[in-house]
Design a protein around this ligand. Sequence first.
Ligand code: DGT
Ligand code: CA
Ligand code: CA
Length: 559
Amino acid sequence: MINKEITENFYQIADMLDILGVPFKPQAYRRAAAVLESLSEDVSKIYKSRGQRGLDEIPGIGKNLSKKIVEYIETGKISKLDELRKQVPGDLVRIMNIKGIGPKKVKRIYNELKISTVDEFRKACEEHKIAKLKGFGPKTEDIIFKGLSNLEERRFLLGDALPIAEEIVEKLRAHAKRIEIAGSIRRRKKTNGDIDILAVAPPGIMDEFAKLGDVIVKGEKKTSIMTKLGIQVDLRVVKEDEFGSALQYFTGSKSHNIKLREIAIRKGMKLNEYGLFRGRERIAGRTEEEIYKNLGLQYIPPELRENTGEIEAAEKGKIPKLVERIFGDTHVHTKWSDGKNTIEEMAKKAIELGYEYIVITDHWALPIAHGLNETRIKKQIEEIEKLNKKFERDGFRIFSGVEANITESGVDVPNDILKELDFPIAAIHSKFGTNVTERLKAAIENPYIMAIAHPTGRIIFKRDPMEFDKEKIFEIAARNGVFMEINASPDRLDLNGPNVRLAKSFGVKFVIGSDAHSEKMMDTMLGVYTARRGWAERKDVVNASGLKDFEKMIERMKK
Ligand code: DGT
Ligand code: CA
Ligand code: CA
């Protein structure tokens, strides 16, 4: 986790240097941050075993930056960042990260209007002072104003919050009789406002917990801390016979809880965080299972608790048996395009994760991603064949594929190449607002494309989903037997839960792909949770079955 902290610090330094107008250095920090992000080994471990030299040897990390890493490992901070904080006032870094703004604009507003906090920026928008600045106009002002309201509530990607929450729970486990993550993280929502943890434990647990961050409030029943990454963590300690009802309550969602409480009242009971009661008598509280049971409901998995029909389904005993794992990863990048690892390294990682296969889907043509061409993909296929001989005895297989671009004139990989590949997929990577429905339709109707990757193109916090006729596309995909991807990259999660559910209603089948550009990115498989949030069962997800089934499916599709 220290890699992540240093990464965050480096990005902040880069942003501040940008605002100060320092050339080149910001890129060096960002490059180093990206390297650290994809590193599978903890830098403090590397430092411990091989000293600063070990860090210098990491590609992309120069002497100057390895020094900063050492400083962070030894002192928990980087003095350069503290220095910069004195030079770059207020909330400028947060404001510059509003999409469509950037360092140059922020710097000009700061210089010309002498303002630096979110409040001052908001006031300047309301008084239309920003629109009046030369080269700004009402449109930029509007972007800033809307961006500011989103800043109010800082949220974190599940991909960041979940590992932190799990690490904290692991550190506290020895001090607790029961301990569990609650809140939106337990529901596996794409973003989270904070980390909620619930425990049955002796009072000493609060002291242990307080060591893990800066204390905001400390009490016997509830303590809150702020972690280094700026995410708040609440730990609540409850009585053992209230643990189930508290877990149910603090898992939410709020609207799920409200509906549940209404059911309790209708049945002459009362439900709150302390238990389920009939008059004075406590009927349930120790476990969540007994709460749902005594309300006359089937158990509802946390991912479904959004009050979107799950309670009605539970009343009728119609909660689906949700998909639990995948047996292969259908979207993996390697050094052949913009990935960090070789095919063999990615395959070994997959074996470590218990998978039976992976599909190599490097980019085609995209110059920024060092995309493949006809000569190189033929060589890649040869390498895959060689490796497969090696992996055969492990019962593991590498499938060939490609991530084609869906341009305005269709899929950009020639059919006679697609034909040679086991599992080619296609995605839109540009012109997100142009003829999207028609382009997706053309890709689905291409006889060789097996799946559409990240179908809506959204990037959480950064890019809105594309607008297209979803019903039509899902219907065509189901009819053509083309799969919709549930892209598991933490900033994509695309299709998302509601879209999976909609697509499923048209009979669409899914593949879950990590879109990993390094072995490390294969670790947290959020795609399975997203599938669950879309009510998907094992039969809906093609790679939720083993290698044999995947091979049979490809054979069938090839006919
Ligand atoms: P977040 O943190 O914004 O990602 O979302 P949650 O769902 O984790 O919300 P949070 O942390 O404010 O509260 C955790 C859970 O506690 C929430 O999902 C449901 C429950 N809860 C909190 N406040 C209320 C409330 O006023 N009424 C009800 N029924 N439940 C609440
Ligand atoms: Ca929460
Ligand atoms: Ca909370």
